[in-house]
Design a protein around this ligand. Structure first.
Ligand code: GLC
Length: 532
């Protein structure tokens, strides 16, 4: 049975500023990604998703786009991009771009026109409103980065709305011309051959037509960040957003095997709506549940079960451990459980997305105050909301600046880069990098691990176990989420089976009706009679 590449495949997220610099400016670039494609192909991933590379004032590091159909000179040229795409394809790697449709940069030509006058043809491409009747912003909406979501424009005497920074005005997706212009952007990249898009803040794209106030959040505490003062009931997740998702999907479906992923931070049942009633919206609404899950077996069992149950018929699951906006998995769980988490990510049913550097166990870096770059941290400091710690340069080897750049990197390297770099971890057979390699190789050999069914088994203590099955092939995955040995009672078919992989030193451990999991160990077991 053939399944689309993105159901079997593993996606790898590249934060381009931090992957590989080739021109010596301390910031990664497209040539750098091209240079490292062999590493990625060797790691065993199937697709790369590259965070924004378009011309941008970089106030939000590329998520403020000044031109949707070009490449920022910092990263290279359109020719560099075409070559990267062709080289990636030649190695069997797909390329997914970041599409940022909710807002542009305030330097985008459309916004510059829009702010010229109230009757400029582009005025309605953004969200301009008069002050509230008593003066002040039109409503109580708050920017996701703290502070008011409305900025006053003296020249034309109105406010414009921005869900993020004032340099990121929201686009008006109720305007049909704007919509068509954005669909032309999708076509521009699809025609060049990109394999899909990760759609930035998809659930933000349409706001309640009457712009009524958001309700006050009764559970707000200042440590959460100011955006949580209100519940975003009216500023996000409006029914009309689904019409846009359907349109984007129809357009994408005119090309073969292209993928749409949606960034959506919502409760799981609401995330499901973005598959579409007839699976006609995004293929993969990102499933971020593991990103802030309490790391214990009972919680993980219930969130996996709840997610699987909530999926619409035919909806394909996906899993994410961390990304450029959230703390790294090793920072949350420590090095030992980061390995268990890798096993979980790469053996659950559904498409995994691996964040660059997680395969090295990169930790969040301590960023000295004078090197903070993230606007999130600069606006609301010391709440732990800043994103620089998880965006540090990829440490490739033990040479100066870890082989990332010839000059000062834009963010500091991980403090332990001399030991924790790709070259060093490659030499250590037991490193987390080699664990990722083995896991990715096993997924390729055992299709069951990517496309098989899943059933959770009953376990005791802080353990999690599930069976993956396709046809006659069965594999068992068992994980110890804590620091003490645990027993897992094996189903009869797995007794006396063979350990295909352990997150520890790889040696087979004796099994009877009980499997003994060492502290922080996860294993994959194949039945004794299997041909593997
Ligand atoms: C998304 C991006 C994040 C960015 C924000 C505004 O959440 O992942 O990095 O700051 O959108 O564009």
């Amino acid at each position: 049975m053939s399944t689309p590449w993105w159901q079997q495949g593993v996606i790898y997220q590249i934060y381009p500023r931090s992957f590989q610099d080739t021109d010596g400016d301390g910031v990664g670039d497209l040539k750098g990604i091209e240079l490292r494609l062999d590493y990625l192909a060797g790691l065993g991933v199937d697709a790369i998703w590259i965070s924004p590379i378009y011309p941008s004032p970089m106030v939000d590091f590329g998520y403020d786009v000044a031109d949707y159909c070009a490449i920022d000179p910092l990263f290279g040229t359109l020719e560099d991009f075409d070559r990267l795409l062709a080289t990636a394809h030649a190695r069997g790697l797909k390329v997914i771009l970041d599409f940022v449709p909710n807002h542009s940069s305030d330097r985008h030509a459309w916004f510059l026109e829009s702010r010229v006058s109230r009757n400029n043809p582009k005025r309605d491409w953004f969200l301009w409103r008069d002050p509230a009747p008593g003066g002040g912003p039109p409503n109580n909406w708050i920017s996701d980065f703290g502070g008011p979501a409305w900025t006053w424009d003296e020249a034309t005497g109105q406010y414009y709305y921005h869900a993020f920074l004032k340099e990121q005005p929201d686009l008006n997706w109720r305007n049909p011309r704007l919509r068509q212009a954005m669909y032309d952007v999708l076509r521009f990249w699809l025609d060049r051959g990109v394999d899909g898009f990760r759609v930035d803040v998809l659930w933000h794209m349409i706001k309640a037509a009457d712009f009524r106030d958001n309700p006050i959040n009764p559970s707000y505490r200042p440590s959460m960040g100011e955006m949580h003062r209100v519940l975003q009931h009216n500023s996000t997740d409006q029914p009309e957003v689904h019409e846009i998702a359907r349109e984007m999907r129809r357009l994408t479906d005119q090309y073969s095997e292209r993928l749409l992923i949606g960034e959506i931070y919502l409760p799981v049942e609401r995330v499901m709506d973005y598959y579409g009633n007839n699976l006609d919206e995004v293929h993969l609404p990102f499933n971020f549940q593991l990103i802030d899950a309490a790391w214990n077996a009972r919680n993980l069992v219930s969130l996996i079960a709840r997610y699987e149950d909530a999926l619409p018929a035919g909806g394909w699951p996906n899993w994410v451990l961390s990304n450029h906006d959230r703390p790294r998995i090793a920072a949350r769980l420590g090095q030992k459980q980061a390995r268990v988490a890798a096993l979980l990510l790469l053996t659950l049913r559904g498409t995994p997305t691996v964040y660059y550097g997680d395969e090295l166990g990169l930790d969040d870096a301590a960023i000295p105050r004078d090197r903070v770059r993230d606007p999130r941290e600069l606006r609301e400091p010391d709440l732990g909301l800043g994103r620089d710690p998880q965006r540090t340069p990829m440490p490739w080897d033990g040479s100066p600046n870890a082989g990332f750049t010839r000059s000062e990197p834009w963010l500091p390297l991980n403090a332990d880069w001399r030991e924790r770099n790709i070259e060093a971890l490659e030499r250590d057979a037991c490193s987390i990098l080699n664990l990722y390699r083995r896991l990715l190789a096993l997924r390729r050999t055992h299709r069951t691990l990517s496309v098989g069914d899943i059933s959770l088994l009953k376990t005791q203590g802080d353990t999690l176990a599930y069976e993956r099955r396709s046809g006659d092939t069965r594999l068992l995955v068992a994980l110890n989420l804590g620091g003490t040995p645990q027993f897992v009672s094996l189903p009869s078919w797995a007794r006396g089976g063979k350990v295909l992989l352990s997150t520890l030193d790889g040696s087979a451990i004796g099994q009877d009706s009980n499997l003994v999991l060492r502290p922080d160990e996860g294993v994959i077991i194949a039945p004794a009679n299997s041909y593997t």
